[in-house]
Design a protein around this ligand. Structure first.
Ligand SMILES: [Fe+2]
Ligand SMILES: [Fe+2]
Length: 184
């Protein structure tokens, strides 16, 4: 039996929960674990936003609000991820940020698993969910293969960096365009 996009998304969620546990229990491995979390989280979120959420919005337009909310929650989690990457060796500070990130991600995962994924199971035929699973995996693999983009920075921070680098026309760019210009 081929895996559907729903199976794959849920397997990723369990994987991230395991990483959270390791981050708490293995302080000595934190730098590597944070890097792994960042890469996996961003690849999963981008693949959902570009390949999965739009299919649900198309199949069931009443889910558009839910999908939009999901994207906002990804961005919130990425802001926390950036803070986690910047957190110094101070144990208390790291754990405070980690706790916030775990809370934000758990909330999002719960909403996805109780709202978005059941809505997909209802609105999208099973064979299409299998196909979408392949598209989702492919998008994630591509995302993981590209060098990390500036994660979770505010638009203002990106704009300042773009100005420093002399990126042409940066003042009229969107946050995504700035991030792309800086990673290119
Ligand atoms: Fe997800
Ligand atoms: Fe998500």
């Amino acid at each position: 039996m081929s895996q559907t996009v729903i199976d794959l998304i849920m397997a990723d969620h369990r994987d991230v929960e395991m990483l959270f546990e390791k981050l708490k229990s293995q302080p000595e491995n934190r730098p590597a674990l944070v890097a792994e979390l960042a890469a996996k989280f961003v690849a999963h979120a981008r693949a959902e936003e570009t390949k999965v959420y739009p299919e649900l919005a198309k199949a069931d337009p009443s889910e558009r609000g839910e999908v939009h909310h999901g994207v906002e929650e990804h961005h919130e989690a990425e802001e926390l991820l950036a803070k986690l990457m910047e957190a110094g060796p101070d144990e208390a500070e790291f754990l405070t940020v980690l706790e916030k990130m775990v809370k934000a991600v758990s909330h999002h995962v719960e909403e996805e698993e109780s709202g978005i994924l059941p809505a997909m199971a209802k609105a999208i035929p099973a064979d299409k969910l299998v196909k979408l699973g392949r598209v989702f995996s492919q998008a994630k693999a591509e995302e993981l293969a590209t060098p990390p983009r500036p994660v979770g920075r505010t638009k203002r921070e990106l704009l300042e960096q773009a100005k420093e680098k002399g990126v042409q026309g940066c003042s009229s760019m969107t946050k995504e365009e700035l991030a792309a210009a800086l990673s290119g």
